[in-house]
Write a protein that binds this ligand. Structure first.
Ligand SMILES: [Zn+2]
Ligand SMILES: [Zn+2]
Length: 167
C-alpha cells in the first residue's frame, strides 16, 4: 500500500510519519544490473500554515556496472525526499510538486521520482576510477598494465609531439 491518507493534515497543522517499500521492477537503467532490495522510504508529511511538505529518505541496494571501467559493483543508494504537496495542480512541469488526490499522497510516485532524479548521470565503481587501458583492456584500478613502460618511453613522447603538431 503506497497511498498515504493525509486527510487529518488537510484540516490543520500537524505531522504524519510514513514508511513504505516500493518494488523497483520496471525502473530500468543501463548501468543498473539489478536491484538487491526494494526501494525503502521513510519520513513525514507536515502541514504548516497551509503548506504541505514531505521530507524523508529513500534507500536501495544496487548492483551496478561502472560507466568507466565496466566492473560490477555494489552501491548502497541513499537520497533525500523533499517535496511540496498541493491539492490543486499548479505547474505540471515541476518535478518537486505532487498532487494530493482523494486525500491521498502517492508515495510510490514520489519515491520513484526522487530516486530517478537522484541517480548520478555517471555511475562509477569509485569516484577516482582509473578506467581501462585503451590498448590492452586491463582494469587500471588493479594497478598499471604492461603497456605503461612503453607509454613512458621517449618514442611515446615523440609520438605525442607529432600528434600535437597535427592539431
Ligand atoms: Zn570503474
Ligand atoms: Zn595496457
Amino acid at each position: 500500500m503506497t497511498q498515504l491518507n493525509i486527510k487529518e493534515l488537510l484540516r490543520g497543522d500537524g505531522a504524519l510519519p510514513f514508511a513504505c517499500e516500493v518494488d523497483p521492477a520496471g525502473l530500468e537503467f543501463p548501468s543498473i544490473l539489478r536491484y538487491a532490495s526494494p526501494l525503502t522510504a521513510s519520513g513525514s508529511v507536515r502541514s504548516s500554515a497551509g503548506l504541505l511538505t514531505l521530507t524523508g529518505e529513500v534507500r536501495v541496494s544496487l548492483r551496478c556496472r561502472c560507466d568507466r571501467c565496466g566492473r560490477e559493483y555494489a552501491w548502497e543508494y541513499a537520497g533525500a525526499l523533499d517535496t511540496v504537496l498541493v491539492t490543486e495542480h499548479q505547474d505540471e512541469e515541476d518535478p518537486d510538486v505532487f498532487l494530493v488526490q482523494d486525500d491521498c499522497v502517492d508515495l510510490e510516485e514520489i519515491v520513484t521520482t526522487a530516486f530517478v532524479l537522484g541517480l548520478d548521470s555517471k555511475t562509477l565503481c569509485r569516484p577516482d576510477c582509473k578506467g581501462v587501458c585503451p590498448r590492452c583492456g586491463h582494469n587500471l584500478n588493479d594497478g598499471p598494465c604492461a603497456c605503461r613502460p612503453e607509454a613512458d618511453s621517449p618514442f611515446a613522447v615523440l609520438g605525442q609531439l607529432l600528434n600535437d603538431n597535427e592539431d
